[in-house]
Design a protein around this ligand. Structure first.
Ligand code: NA7
Length: 534
């Protein structure tokens, strides 16, 4: 037996949409692969996020794999935006259709991985086994490490407590209960209208208000499906080369140069279409504060026109960040929910949460008695899921230490000092600023082709070059600095997690541009990577 030969060619961490496709791609290319998934089944985000109203903010017909023509033709979506149960059904269908489960260990967490320099392979430790693999590929998701603020007394609460990103698999019924929701990001905004219908009383605890645009969700007709499916080849190709992997009409004129009436009509039209592309109309919306304010004020007017109590309406009007610089929320009846007699809004800016108490919570000097608390408080995004694994590269360096001042990567795919490690949708790639599935497919296909190249050329070690990584980091920063994004205290910047370094993590240069860069790197014999044969 060859001592040098690792047990696996590759270990994949995670079996969400990224992990499943990575596993399939490598297996099809003849590699020996094992995937580890801490959940009880495939689906990743859509396995965990079972909170009431959980739904993707990208349209069904585009938030799905494009790698298999048969798959994309045969699967039938039921609504414009896919609900969590439907997405989970889709993930399970994919696992079955491509027989993926046989190579996945479920309910198994990868705890640690260290690079064995003598053999150029990774030693991986799960909670019940140790194994070796030439390559380690992380498919851990960008929003999988939940963040719950360390409120004093949090463990003393006698009622039920939930985090939206770790929702129980059993049905949760809020009927007749006094419920508190802390957090008004995408998760809170989706859950609040549904919980309000069940609960006896719902109190929403809001720190910063966020901008939300209506989903206008509706059942998908057969005709609509047929139209898109018949044109998939073109639509998918266009999405891959677009700025965000999402197709929408983008105007070439700046908002500030458009006559006000015309601008209002255009924003009104977009509001009626709904969805995340509301801010994509004008090129200056995310670059120029004056332009941004035109769209922001339009949404505030919608809020005032919807919410009957003027004080509540004002409180719901976001003022602390330019619109679009925190991921815009997509809702069904969010603002109108505040017209219900059983819903109240608490301003945490005025009355910060002082403590969670056995009977509820104390905000400022006000006591709230609650039977259930929902923490919709978000995630230690992008770096969190990776830093929580004890990953050690050459010389025993820890990834979490290397990233102590913020993540540093080459293309969001690889890191200096961590050979043969590839990070799907890692920090420094467009990932969270895009249709995730488009970004996942691009990364998976790039990594798959890279590993085939290494095999064909007898390369046992592929590592990002320090100079290439430094230049990429500068480029990521420079592109972000030209936008309004870094101004928001968002999870894109780490500002939502106390103590996390404030660095704008994703690459905002565009999905299509990024794809061209990655393809160019590959075409140049993997420029910026040091490849060691032997
Ligand atoms: P988000 O968007 O990070 O939202 C978290 C919410 O929780 C947000 O309203 C926060 O207020 C609030 N929060 C966080 N910490 C606290 C504390 N300590 N006190 C009070 N309120 C707090 O997470 P989501 O899960 O909603 O969405 C994540 C992404 O998933 C989303 O962007 C989509 O891409 C899908 P803040 O704004 O920080 O004042």
């Amino acid at each position: 037996m060859d001592e040098d030969r690792p047990q696996y060619d590759a270990v994949v961490i995670g079996a969400g949409f990224a992990g499943m496709y990575m596993l399939k791609t490598l297996r099809d290319a003849g590699f020996r692969v094992r995937a580890f998934e801490r959940g009880g089944d495939v689906g990743g985000t859509w396995y965990w996020n079972r909170y009431p109203g959980a739904r993707c903010d990208i349209e069904s017909l585009y938030y799905c794999y494009s790698f298999s023509e048969e798959l994309q033709q045969e699967w039938r979506w039921t609504e414009r935006y896919p609900s969590q149960p439907e997405l989970l059904r889709y993930a399970r269908h994919v696992a079955e259709r491509f027989d993926l489960r046989r190579d996945i260990s479920f309910r198994t967490e990868v705890r640690a991985a260290s690079y064995d320099e003598a053999h150029d392979r990774w030693a991986v430790r799960t909670d019940d086994a140790e194994l070796t693999a030439r390559f380690l590929i992380t498919a851990v998701g960008c929003l999988s490490a939940t963040s719950t603020p360390d409120f004093p007394g949090i463990d003393t609460f006698r009622g039920e407590a939930f985090h939206t990103g770790r929702w129980p698999h059993e049905e949760v019924d809020f009927t007749g209960k006094r419920v508190g929701v802390i957090g008004t990001g995408s998760s809170g905004i989706q859950a609040i209208p549904v919980i309000a219908e069940q609960a006896d009383h719902l109190t929403v605890f809001q720190r910063a208000a966020q901008f939300s645009v209506p989903a206008h969700n509706h059942p998908l007709s057969d005709q609509e499906q047929r139209r898109v499916k018949a044109d998939y080849a073109r639509l998918r190709a266009e999405a891959r080369m677009s700025p965000s992997g999402i197709l929408c009409e983008r105007l070439e004129v700046n908002a500030v140069d458009v006559p006000r009436e015309e601008l209002r009509a255009e924003l009104e039209r977009r509001w009626r279409i709904g969805g995340t592309t509301f801010c994509a109309a004008y090129p200056d919306t995310l670059r120029d504060l004056a332009a941004n304010e035109l769209s922001a004020e339009f949404v505030r007017e919608k809020i005032r026109a919807t919410v009957r109590d003027p004080e509540t309406a004002e409180l719901l009007c976001p003022r602390d960040h330019p619109i679009g610089t925190k991921r815009i929320c997509v809702d069904t009846d969010y603002y109108a929910t505040y017209n219900r007699p059983n819903v109240s809004l608490v301003d945490l800016r005025k009355h910060p949460i002082a403590a969670i108490t056995p009977a509820g919570l104390r905000a400022g000097d006000r006591e709230f008695e609650l039977d259930a608390i929902v923490f919709a408080t978000g995630y230690d995004a992008m770096t969190g899921p990776l830093n929580r694994i004890d990953i050690r590269g050459t010389g025993g360096r820890r990834l979490a230490d290397e990233w102590a001042a913020g993540p540093r990567t080459y293309l969001g795919l690889a890191c200096v000092g961590f050979p043969n490690l590839f990070t799907i949708t890692g920090p420094g790639s467009p990932s969270v600023l895009s249709n995730m599935i488009v970004s996942i497919e691009q990364h998976v296909e790039w990594i798959g082709a890279h590993l085939v190249h290494l095999r064909e050329h007898g390369v046992r070690r592929s590592e990002a070059d320090a100079e290439a990584q430094r230049e990429w980091g500068e480029h990521v920063d420079e592109v972000a600095a030209a936008t309004l994004y870094p101004r928001a205290a968002s999870w894109y910047t780490g500002a939502n997690v106390p103590g996390k370094p404030r660095v704008f993590m994703p690459y905002i240069g565009g999905v299509g541009t990024y794809r061209e860069i990655c393809d160019g790197v590959a075409a140049d014999g993997y420029r910026g990577f040091r490849l060691t044969t032997g």
